[in-house]
Ligand binder design. Structure first.
Ligand code: SF4
Ligand code: SF4
Length: 424
């Protein structure tokens, strides 16, 4: 297995940045702070200076390198295809190599690299949730009752599942004969925080007769470790997932989390040809459902008498991979949905992995802009395709004092399919 690329292996890409600034207007960190040090060209220049030995790892350097959401918005706009997100991630790994991980990153790495510990912590948290969390109005999330390290007291959080999703189902759920078989990579968000999204995915696949394998040996995709600069943990998790996801022959591996899709489908490409059976076979659930003709099936259903206005937020990790039409196609075809497009649906929500932990105030500013667009759309719900975005969007809406709820499209799809069953 090849290792993640080192910073010095990005010299060619670093040299491709001509400092044109074409990406600046698309950087959420710059949009929130109007600070030149936040944009791609500044980070690329710092990475270059580090390689040339022209700067030390002083506080300002560390701060600038932490001020990136790894959203990839700049890369998508860059005329020279400079992969700033990868260069920043490689710089964070280089920082960790030279001076060790930060305290928070050590915690992230320690938990992610020990799945049994993560399971235990999540389950204990789920069982103690009434003690740990206080409920906010309108069922719009929870807040911690007690101070917790690295988590702001005014942050809205989802509750933890007392039984993680993967412990609720057998490893194989048979569909109809002659239909495809898929492996479901759940990711941590669905497994521990939003198990109902996993349930909805199973219902949608059952509806079209697909057999689902939920490989028990899967772990985190590793994206939080990419963000934290913990390269060895990413490599360990990738190896574990390769083994788990290729053990049973399947037609494809589906994800319902934009970050997992980017982890498995993009980051793992660095690990070489050995990973091709995994990286080439990953599909976002809505891409798969559209391919399987679900839009046509939904469109044939009678429109519901009671409908609600719903808008869509593009998760960065899908938008930058060109997946924008399929989630909208499913959403628009739902009988209970009146779809409205919000302004700048593709702007980042402000989560950005470790970013919103280190820079929660800026993350809130980025989220506030998004909350404004949601409000202006007139939608009652903001749907998306990523558990992390759901968490951040709900937090942003709550801070803005608005009433909307953030949901996964799969939850709305399940509602529609349940109506179909009741009508039969
Ligand atoms: S990253 Fe690309 S778009 Fe941004 S300043 Fe450099 S060359 Fe220009
Ligand atoms: S990856 Fe996102 S946050 Fe980072 S420099 Fe590019 S646009 Fe800005």
């Amino acid at each position: 297995m090849k290792k993640l690329k080192r910073l010095d292996e990005y010299q060619e890409e670093i040299a491709q940045c001509v400092k044109c600034g074409a990406c600046r207007a698309h950087c959420p960190a710059f949009g929130a702070e109007k600070h030149e040090g936040r944009v791609a060209r500044g980070k690329i220049a710092l990475a270059d200076a580090l390689l040339k030995g022209e700067v030390d790892l002083e506080d300002k350097f560390l701060l600038d390198m932490s001020q990136c959401l790894l959203c990839g918005s700049c890369c998508a706009q860059c005329p020279n295809n400079v992969p700033t997100d990868e260069i920043v991630a490689a710089t964070r790994r280089e920082i960790a190599r030279r001076r060790g991980l930060s305290t928070f990153a050590k915690g992230v790495a320690g938990i992610l690299s020990r799945p049994e510990l993560m399971n235990l912590l999540a389950k204990s948290g789920g069982k103690l949730s009434t003690l740990l969390f206080k409920k906010l109005p309108q069922s719009s999330g929870l807040r911690l009752r007690f101070p917790a390290p690295f988590i702001s007291a005014d942050r809205t959080l989802p509750s933890l599942a007392s039984t993680p999703f993967r412990e609720r189902y057998p490893e194989k759920i048979a569909g109809a004969a002659g239909r495809p078989t898929v492996a479901f990579f759940t990711g941590c968000g669905i497994n521990y925080m939003y198990p109902e999204v996993g349930v909805a995915l199973l219902k949608a696949l059952q509806f079209i007769g697909v057999t689902v394998v939920i490989p028990a040996g899967q772990g985190c995709c590793g994206l939080p470790a990419v963000s934290a600069g913990a390269g060895e943990v990413v490599e360990q998790l990738a190896e574990q997932n390769l083994k788990a996801l290729t053990a049973t022959p399947v037609d494809c591996i589906v994800t319902a989390c934009a970050s997992c899709h980017a982890g498995l489908g993009k980051v793992y490409q660095d690990f070489g040809a050995e990973f091709a059976p995994l990286t080439a076979n990953v599909k976002d659930i809505f891409v798969f459902l559209v391919e399987q003709g679900l839009v046509e099936k939904l469109a044939a259903l009678p429109k519901a008498a009671k409908r609600m206005k719903v808008t869509y937020h593009d998760p960065c990790h899908l938008r930058t991979q060109g997946i924008t039409k399929e989630p909208r196609a499913i959403l628009k075809a739902l009988p209970q949905v009146d779809y409205v497009e919000m302004e700048d649906a593709g702007t980042c929500c402000g989560l950005g992995g470790t970013y919103s932990v280190y820079h929660y105030d800026t993350a809130k500013k980025i989220g506030a802009k998004k909350a404004g667009f949601i409000e202006e759309s007139g939608a009652a719900l903001v749907a998306t395709d990523c558990p992390g975005c759901i968490m951040q969007l709900q937090d942003a809406v709550n801070h803005a004092g608005q009433q909307q709820r953030a949901v996964h499209i799969l939850s709305l799809l399940m509602e529609a399919l349940e109506e179909v069953r009741e009508d039969k």
